[in-house]
Design a protein around this ligand. Structure first.
Ligand code: ADP
Ligand code: MG
Length: 699
């Protein structure tokens, strides 16, 4: 591998300095190894040659046909000019068309010569037609066989003549060098034998040029396994807390605050999931080790109560607790909910945000120092501020769906004994991903909603349905319900988006003259925003027109409808967050996704997922499949950088756990990978991750 990594790609036959420059610029391919690890993203089956008479149905795959052209004709004028040919293989005929490069194509093709065609037939009126196929004279000796890799290319590459075909040729040249055949396998032979893994050199060959599907799958498995194994080794070795666990406060008591609240104040029975999670947290905080726990629970699953009861355990043991929220609105809402509950058991709570006045701030600082304030609620400013507490025992971070701030918890480690940390998130990160990115966080999941929640009926509607949709909103309003209308707002065309929002407000006011309409967007002054929100929360306004600012935490159980305008412009997890604002009280709630008629396949699929499920975990899994985990919201923010070429954390969950188990076992036997048979492994991990950020600094 070393030589492959250090040989400039320009030395490969067929490349040279010019092409090397383009490959480097466009695909970041600079060495033999880079090219070798540029894997096909799909494969064409070249083992079968189809008969024209067998072509049936629509949505057909790429097919190979072998035969002769019978006629060529040009048709159409100007931009619609095209070259049409009739192609026959003895079993039938099919039309072939070209819309550009007509002249050179016509000159290079001849009737009477036998050709191999590769193309995708589509139905055109009553016949099949293939546009712009790949055409080669057919020769038995050189006819392609097996599966052929297709590589991702950029326009810049094709413009410089590096086409799929050239790419295949370059890869073939590379595979023919002795460097590839002689590449050493970093995986220990014992592991390879145990897991039945193909040797690395074979896997590299078969992933580019598989003879059949089975070989391809074995090659993919081997390379995915290796990729995930290296990642897990890196995480477990460098990221996971080393050696002795961090000592922490021992909160073994459950005392008056907790019990009094549980038996006398709590109005509803906890769900089984809430109980289980509280037990997990309690056990953790009583262990003498510092708790570092991620609490996942879908929107509305009741994390706030869990947070509050966790704080009471800290109080019962004589410590203070703080709760941090990502926005001022959310912090204020937590304050409203929690102070009401706290009051009844004589617990003193304070709210500290950016807009807290100086005098109040001074009062709070004093109360925190003398211990009269037991629970402090605020924004992230808490952590950066010079806030001093007498004896902070627990920090709860409510990040809703933004889990980027977890690392800040480390700041608390300034204390001699760090407080326990509980991070709450509504982003249901699939378990495989959570395990992988949060190497050292324990994870608790509330996987059950409180009883009585009605799944929100989600529908897709188009512009032509608008009147009908508004009529429906009117019906709900007449029944005393409230409605959200959400507009997208993205930075790039913020101005246009704001205009759309303002126009939306106008239209809504005209359509519903008897109802009051509040509106908010992120660019409003905080005071105005607050005011508009309050109108809606207090039911003085019946309709709230808003951008995604409402995505975080607003709780209006009386709202039963949400209309999302231009729903195609929202990501899945965002849609799910938004939808979580309804279905919190009304007998029946609705989320209506307004979209344009023409949607790309991925977009339509995304919206259909919304109409089919209200389960946040399913939504998150789908989101990962559609976008790939590297792109997952928050993953970037969480500072975790890894680039998986082949594996998909959502789809390859089984390989992830296999690789993780094996990595754990190996590190148990050889924690520093010092054994001679692990040297190649250690070098490979270093080469892959050595230059990346120091993970151990994050958690
Ligand atoms: P989230 O997990 O989104 O933060 P919240 O904690 O805001 O959810 O809870 C949503 C609503 O559900 C709140 O009004 C809360 O009082 C209520 N709730 C929480 N737990 C239960 C329960 N076990 N039974 C009934 N209602 C509950
Ligand atoms: Mg919440």
């Amino acid at each position: 591998m070393y030589r492959l990594q250090h040989t400039d790609v320009k030395y490969l036959p067929g490349v040279g300095p010019k092409r090397a420059e383009v490959l480097g610029r466009e695909l970041n391919i600079r060495t033999f190894a880079d090219l070798l690890y540029h894997f096909p993203f799909r494969y064409i089956d070249r083992s079968t040659i189809y008969h024209i008479s067998d072509i049936k149905g629509d949505d057909l795959p790429l097919m190979q046909l072998r035969g002769r052209f019978i006629t060529f004709t040009t048709a159409g004028e100007g931009a619609r000019r095209r070259l049409q040919a009739l192609f026959s293989d003895g079993t039938g005929t099919i039309e072939v068309v070209w819309f550009n490069r007509i002249k050179p194509i016509q000159e290079s093709l001849h009737t009477g010569v036998e050709y191999l065609l590769l193309g995708k037939p589509s139905v055109f009126g009553h016949h099949y037609s293939i546009a712009h196929p790949e055409v080669d004279p057919y020769k038995e000796e050189t006819a392609p066989t097996g599966l052929q890799g297709v590589y991702s290319l950029t326009e810049g590459l094709t413009r410089r003549g590096i086409t799929t075909r050239v790419m295949q040729k370059l890869i073939a040249n590379l595979l023919a060098t002795p460097l590839v055949a002689g590449v050493s396998d970093p995986l220990p032979p014992q592991l390879r034998a145990e897991r039945g893994l193909m040797p690395l050199n074979e896997a590299l060959r078969h992933i580019h040029q598989p003879t059949d599907l089975q070989q391809l799958q074995r090659a993919q498995f081997r390379l995915k396994y290796e990729e995930l194994f290296m990642l897990e080794l890196h995480i477990l070795k460098n990221v996971k807390r080393q050696g002795e666990p961090q000592p922490g406060f021992r909160f073994s008591r459950v005392g008056n605050y907790f019990n009094n609240f549980y038996h006398n104040v709590l109005q509803f029975p906890l769900t089984e999931a809430q109980k289980r999670v509280i037990r997990e947290i309690h056990r953790d905080m009583g262990s003498g080790r510092q708790m570092n726990r991620l609490l996942q629970g879908d929107v509305g699953s009741g994390k706030t109560i869990v947070a509050f009861m966790t704080a009471l355990i800290a109080l019962d043991n004589g410590y203070q607790a703080c709760i941090m929220a990502p926005t001022e609105i959310l912090a204020t809402q937590h304050m409203d909910t929690i102070s009401q509950l706290a009051q009844r058991i004589g617990v003193n709570v304070a709210l500290l945000t950016g807009s807290t006045r100086k005098r109040e701030r001074d009062r709070i600082h004093a109360g925190l120092m003398d211990g009269t304030i037991q629970i402090l609620i605020g924004t992230h400013a808490l952590i950066e501020d010079t806030v001093q507490l007498r004896n902070l025992g627990l920090a709860i971070i409510d990040e809703q769906h933004r889990f980027g701030v977890a690392q800040r918890a480390k700041l608390w480690r300034k204390n001699t004994t760090p407080p326990h940390v509980l991070v709450m998130t509504a982003t249901p990160i699939p378990r495989t991903l959570a395990m992988t990115v949060y190497g050292d966080l324990d994870v608790s999941v509330i996987d059950e909603l409180p009883p009585g929640r009605k799944p929100v009926l989600t529908l897709m509607r188009y512009e032509k349905h608008r009147e009908q949709v508004y009529r429906f909103v009117g019906d709900e309003l007449r029944q005393g319900r409230q409605a959200y209308i959400v507009y997208p707002l993205i930075e790039e065309n913020e101005k246009l988006d704001l205009q759309a929002l303002e126009q939306g407000v106008e239209v809504i006011r005209e359509t519903f003259p008897h109802y009051r309409v509040a509106w908010v967007h992120g660019r409003m002054k905080p005071a105005e925003k607050e005011h508009q929100m309050e109108l809606f929360v207090n039911h003085e306004a019946h309709i709230l027109v808003a951008t995604t600012v409402i995505e975080v935490g607003v709780n209006v159980p009386n709202a039963s409808v949400m209309i999302i305008e231009n729903a195609e412009r929202f990501g899945l997890s965002q849609l799910h967050q938004l939808r979580g604002r309804v279905g919190r009280g009304a007998d029946k709630s609705y989320c209506i996704l307004m979209t344009k008629l023409q949607l790309s396949r991925d977009t339509r699929h995304r919206l259909e997922v919304m109409t089919q499920t209200t389960d946040g975990f399913v939504v998150a899994e789908e989101d990962m499949k559609l976008r790939g985990p590297g792109d997952m919201e928050g993953t970037m923010q969480s500072g975790i950088a890894f680039d998986l070429k082949l594996s998909n954390l959502a789809r390859d969950g089984q390989i992830v756990s296999l690789a993780r188990d094996d990595a754990e076992r190996l590190l148990h036997a050889d924690p520093q990978l010092q054994a001679a048979q692990h040297r190649a492994l250690s070098q490979r991990v270093e080469a892959l991750y050595g230059h990346k950020i120091d993970w151990s600094a994050i958690s």
